[in-house]
Ligand binder design. Structure first.
Ligand code: ADP
Length: 170
């Protein structure tokens, strides 16, 4: 077990004063809708430049589902953005392990960066349609059980429904 402190905030992840915020990206790393679009808009072009550089080097085929990689936070208050690719919800295939991997891998990258505080959105629960109660349960369980030196994880929930789901899971 770790001494990690988990907090919940209803709001916009781009406005959080933490060391790193996590982006629910898509595997292209070249931007999308939802929280991804909001992060690129708020952080400015430096984030997309860094993502393009990753595509040109280590991630020629894109970032695989369940993995995470860091870029600058650009003009955000957060110094870093950790991009992770959540699984698309499937009614016929259990992709829980991939969603859990997003949280674990993001915290592993955070440890590599040596950061103390990380904010997460509810990965996969928007455009990727993961049911919010289940997504919240997986998020909270995975972070609680993660071996990490990160001191604070803040879940930033965009709407009341997501906030309630995370509060119940916690
Ligand atoms: P995914 O493709 O992984 O489902 P989305 O960005 O569509 O990613 O949605 C993930 C979650 O992020 C959803 O619960 C959505 O409501 C939420 N979200 C969207 N914009 C923001 C934001 N600015 N800050 C925090 N959460 C957000």
């Amino acid at each position: 077990m770790t001494g990690i402190v988990i907090t919940l905030v209803r709001g916009d992840i781009t406005e959080q004063s933490v060391d790193a915020i996590v982006n629910a990206a898509n595997s292209s790393l070249l931007g999308g809708g939802g929280v991804d679009g909001a992060i690129h808009r708020a952080g400015g072009p430096a984030i997309l430049d860094a993502c393009r550089a990753l595509r040109a080097s280590h991630y020629g085929k894109g970032l695989p589902t369940g993995k995470a990689v860091a870029t600058t936070g650009g003009e955000l208050s957060a110094r870093w953005v950790i991009h992770t690719v959540g699984p698309v919800w499937s009614a016929t295939e259990d992709r829980t392990e991939l969603l859990a991997s997003c949280y674990r891998e993001s915290l592993r990258v955070a440890d590599e960066l040596g950061v103390g505080s990380v904010a997460f959105p509810a990965i996969s629960t928007g455009i990727y349609r993961w049911p919010i109660d289940d997504g919240a349960r997986i998020a909270v369980e995975t972070v609680r059980n993660a071996k990490t030196a990160v001191a604070e994880v803040r879940f930033v929930l965009f709407d009341e429904r997501a906030y309630t789901a995370f509060a119940n899971a916690l």
